[in-house]
Design a protein around this ligand. Structure first.
Ligand code: AMP
Ligand code: ZN
Length: 441
């Protein structure tokens, strides 16, 4: 790390004195509460907790008096129950990936877009990138925050931004070669896939100028990072975010690549025990809980991210005072992340149970195929259909389940039809998911 030249996008904010940061946080929390109290959802929720005025919160310790917010709450308040401003003030919405029925939707006004963009710009700059870089955003654009979030931040830094989106690997190489891409953003699994396709297609490393990658949207291990770095000869920076709290730019590794700075002038962070819901001492591992400090259209208070992590206790050599979180260890709920898309087993269940020819038992299998995730749903079918042995009937059923499920979860599943009573039945809680992906976090 010696010899590193640390540069700051917002030096006054990134190296702010911690006491000043605390004062800023308290003032911002009160402002946020003021907005939240105007919403249907928080107006009621906060009143139940005895908070009817922003001034009821006197110190940062009073944060504990504020009730938690969950994904369920966001869905229950759909579509506009959490809006703190008039709809005419809203500029954009994003929604969490892969959800059926009621999506978790987040709204941004002009100031929210600006503050989010500034956070992403600050994060990108902290990795050593600057306006001379050519940035290829190899991630899904659309409702997913990773596309436009990074796009705006990279433009703010002044990079040349190529909105390539994800997929179509051969085209991605061509773009890299044609425009001299120096930095990409992708899921770690897509980066591994890109590398193996490069080798297959004989793309020479010296024909591309890639130096760095931001990798996130799904969990991965330190070994995976090292592998991508060694194979592609680049630096990989872990990028963490969730749409409920903007998305990218929540936390990103700086040049030191040792934990992700969580921007504490924009979010109040806690780590709690997911069982007792009590805050844990600094440095202990638990569930990350975040409160927005500068979101106007849709403030979110004490959001339970379900992501398991811990704070580093020692300061970062880069000089930024914002605390770093460790690589996400897993989740405290049963959400699966398949190629970056969030899927709850209950979504699969809803589809399978909604198709009357499908039997009573099913099993979700997730494995690695090459470097990408592959989702298979094994579904039992009634003995009668199976015995008829009519391949056409079975094929039609398989295709029906596949299509309905793909619409619901946005990932293309493989469907395997199996005979009734052939899947394991557990005595206790049904085990619906077999995750065969290597766990080396
Ligand atoms: P979404 O709301 O679709 O942006 O998904 C957010 C979720 O993706 C987070 O709550 C995490 O569980 C997961 N996630 C995002 N980035 C990372 C990362 N760098 N490491 C591990 N998990 C991540
Ligand atoms: Zn740092």
């Amino acid at each position: 790390m010696s010899g590193m030249n640390f540069q700051y996008w917002h030096p006054e904010k990134e190296k702010i004195d911690r006491a000043k940061l605390g004062a800023w946080q308290l003032a911002s929390l009160k402002k946020t509460l003021g907005g939240a109290l105007r919403t249907d959802f928080y107006g009621r929720r906060l009143a139940e907790a005895g908070i009817v005025d922003a001034e009821d919160v006197k110190s940062l310790d009073d944060l504990r008096r504020i009730p938690f917010t969950t994904k369920h709450d966001l869905r229950a308040a759909f579509p506009y129950g959490m809006l703190a401003v008039g709809k005419d003030e809203v500029l954009r919405l994003h929604a969490s990936s892969g959800t059926t029925g009621v999506p978790t939707t987040i709204y941004f006004n002009r100031n929210d877009i600006a503050s989010w963009t500034a956070l992403v710009a600050r994060s990108i700059f902290s990795t050593g990138c600057d306006r001379r870089d050519v940035f290829q955003n190899m991630i899904t654009y659309g409702l997913f925050t990773g596309g436009l979030g990074f796009h705006y931040g990279a433009e703010e830094v002044g990079m040349l931004v190529i909105p390539s989106g994800s997929g179509n690997t051969p085209r991605q190489f061509r773009i890299m070669q044609d425009y001299g891409t120096t930095v990409v953003h992708a899921t770690p699994s897509f980066l591994l896939h890109v590398e193996s396709r490069m080798r297959e297609e004989g793309v020479r490393r010296d024909s591309i100028r890639l130096k760095r990658a931001f990798a996130g949207a799904e969990p991965y291990s330190e070994d995976t990072r090292r592998r991508i770095e060694e194979l592609l000869h680049i630096d990989v920076f872990n990028s963490y975010g969730l749409s409920e709290l903007n998305g990218p730019g929540d936390a990103l590794e700086c040049q030191c690549k040792n934990g992700m700075h969580l921007w504490e002038d924009a979010f109040l962070a806690e780590v709690i025990d997911p069982d007792t819901l009590e805050p844990l001492p600094e440095g202990e591992t638990g569930e990350l809980v975040l409160t927005t400090l500068c979101r106007e259209a849709m403030p979110v208070l004490r959001y339970r991210t379900r992501d398991i992590t811990a704070f580093y206790t020692e300061p970062c050599p880069c000089g930024r005072v914002h605390r770093r979180i460790r690589r996400i260890k897993g989740r405290s709920d049963d959400m699966l992340i398949v190629n970056g898309v969030n899927i709850f087993p209950s979504q699969v269940e809803e589809v399978v149970m909604g198709i009357k020819e499908a039997g009573n038992n099913y099993l979700i299998v997730v494995e690695k195929e090459g470097f990408m995730d592959r989702l298979t749903v094994k579904t039992e079918v009634g003995a009668k259909i199976f015995k008829d042995d009519d391949a056409r009937v079975l094929n039609a059923l398989r295709e029906n389940i596949r299509r309905t499920l793909q619409t619901a979860i946005t990932v293309n599943p493989r469907i395997e039809l199996v005979e009734s009573n052939s899947l394991p039945v557990s005595e206790g809680k049904a085990k619906r998911v077999l995750d065969k992906r290597p766990k080396d976090v």
